[in-house]
Design a protein around this ligand. Structure first.
Ligand code: BTN
Length: 243
């Protein structure tokens, strides 16, 4: 078992921050993961916060040492998205991946991922993979897209501990495959949210309707812009979905 060193905290500001704060400590090595029942200041992407009721969901930060080139940074994103996708499949949930790294069911977000990397020259020495997976929470604040949980999708309560273990096992398998050169690009592309559907996006403060065509190995998103019939490429943060 790769992930065999767990620090569990009843409550913490953010599992990502806590794990990162250990970086000068000798326990900071691949296989360590931090879980908590509650985050006082859970971090989302783009400086957003992450909402999670106490003990109801999975809040986890996992440390890996990928030692891959910065050019392949999106590989980490991709295998983590697909791991959550695999996990939900175990529960008969057909999730989709909203590029770059949200997990969506029926136009609602069930999980978010926040990866924070440590670089040494052009190599990613460490990645802190933060995952928030909504499991038993039944009510959320309003978001766009709205939030959902396994409970809301399946009207059933689940053991967060068991789901955590299943997810860690899946992540281990996918991570090992990545390390031996397996490409999961097609899997990622085949399960993209809004693939080939006309949708409103915004880039550089300009809105346009477009259709997602695919993503490239480096994580670039390719969209067909319906207003001018041109294919455009985007990197993370250059593009917003307008719900
Ligand atoms: C997103 O905005 O979609 C990313 C959300 C990531 C939330 C998780 S919860 C565990 C880990 N610790 C944090 O502070 N954030 C991530």
């Amino acid at each position: 078992m790769l992930f065999n060193n767990n620090i569990h905290l009843d409550s913490i500001s953010s599992t990502n921050n806590f794990l990162l704060s250990l970086r000068k400590n000798n326990i900071f090595s691949e296989g360590l993961y931090v879980t908590t029942d509650f985050q006082e200041n859970g971090k989302g992407q783009m400086n957003n916060s992450w909402e999670s009721e106490k003990k109801n969901n999975l809040l986890i930060s996992i440390l890996i040492e990928p030692k891959i080139s910065i050019n392949n940074i999106f590989d980490i994103n991709r295998f983590v998205c697909l791991s959550i996708f695999d996990l939900l499949k175990l529960y008969d949930i057909n999730a989709l991946i909203k590029w770059p790294n949200d997990i969506i069911i029926n136009n609602r977000k069930i999980a978010g991922i926040l990866i924070e990397n440590i670089f040494s020259n052009n190599i990613i020495s460490h990645s802190v993979i933060g995952i928030g997976l909504n499991i038993n929470q039944a009510k959320f604040l309003q978001y766009s897209p709205p939030a959902t949980s396994m409970f809301l999708e399946l009207i059933n309560n689940f053991h967060t501990h068991q789901i955590k273990q299943q997810l860690l096992d899946i992540i281990e398998v996918r991570y090992k495959k990545l390390k031996i050169g397996y490409s999961d690009l097609n899997e990622y592309n085949n399960n993209l949210y809004l693939l080939e559907k006309s949708f409103r996006f915004m880039s550089n403060n300009k809105q346009f309707y477009g259709r997602i065509k695919t993503t490239l190995d480096n994580g670039t998103l390719v969209i067909y812009d319906e207003s001018n019939g041109v294919e455009r490429e985007f990197l993370n943060s250059e593009l917003k979905y307008i719900f």
